[in-house]
Design a protein around this ligand. Structure first.
Ligand SMILES: [Zn+2]
Length: 267
């Protein structure tokens, strides 16, 4: 993945975040993540900045777009509006591309093959790298939305834990403990900062203020939403902020999060 940009466009991103949420209803959709990539497995064991959620979102966007473009191979004939929508999406993310109207197939075609050669799908395949760039940009923005949604993160991590337990993922023994769960590792400060920022310095279960601005006896705990003992992962998306009391109560056998969010202002 390229270095993420901080210029967000938010074109169709909420729509895509909903699509990703729907995909998760089928835990089998996790098969689209490239589990054979050793960086993916290493990331689950020790907090990668390219989180598993990034990888899942990218895979779902890519699958959905490829399906759309394949299904609509004759899209241009069916409706120029649809193709205009795709081109506007590329434009809004400043991704250079060859407009469909200017696209010509690489080899001369006779009358019989013209329709197919000029199809939308061919046009898409001729600049797949540009589309992959678009999907990366969309992934960053969809991640931005979904990382803030702890209910989704709970469901995501539960699905991942179930998937990992199904033996469909090969994990080196060195990364696991005796119970075949990921070992506890040092939590990087960038994860703590992100989670503290997202959870507004409050315990996500009882909402007590942990900022330490007014009281010095509050202790913050960074908790695995799905505990390591339940096959949770060491990923930024599986961490939440809790107070000491709630963390002790939750223990290492419960997967739970809070659904209360701080309003921008109170009534
Ligand atoms: Zn609490």
């Amino acid at each position: 993945m390229r270095r993420p940009t901080q210029q967000f466009v938010f074109q169709h991103v909420y729509e895509m975040a909903s699509m990703v949420e729907e995909c998760l209803e089928n835990e089998g959709s996790l098969i689209e993540v490239d589990w054979d990539d050793s960086e993916v497995i290493q990331g689950l064991a020790s907090f990668s900045k390219i989180s598993l959620l990034h990888r899942y979102v990218y895979a779902m966007i890519a699958v959905e777009h490829r399906r759309e473009y394949r299904k609509n191979a004759d899209l241009y004939e069916e409706g120029p509006e649809s193709i205009g929508r795709v081109e506007r999406l590329l434009q809004s993310y400043d991704i250079p591309f060859l407009p469909y109207k200017k696209y010509r197939p690489p080899i001369p075609v006779d009358e019989a093959t013209t329709r197919e050669e000029y199809s939308f799908h061919q046009w898409f395949l001729s600049q797949e790298a540009e589309f992959e760039w678009l999907w990366e940009r969309l992934t960053e923005e969809v991640f931005h939305i979904l990382f803030g949604n702890r209910s989704f993160l709970l469901r995501f991590n539960q699905a991942v834990a179930k998937y990992i337990q199904s033996d469909r993922v090969m994990i080196p023994e060195t990364l696991l403990d005796a119970a075949k769960c990921f070992r506890r590792v040092y939590l990087p400060s960038w994860v703590k900062d992100a989670v503290y920022f997202r959870d507004h310095g409050r315990c996500t279960l009882c909402q007590v203020d942990l900022s330490g601005l007014l009281s010095t006896d509050r202790v913050d705990h960074f908790d695995h939403i799905v505990p390591l003992a339940l096959h949770g992962i060491n990923d930024p998306c599986n961490i939440q902020l809790l107070c000491e009391r709630c963390n002790l109560k939750k223990g290492d056998r419960t997967a739970v999060t809070g659904t209360r969010y701080s309003p921008w202002w109170t009534q």
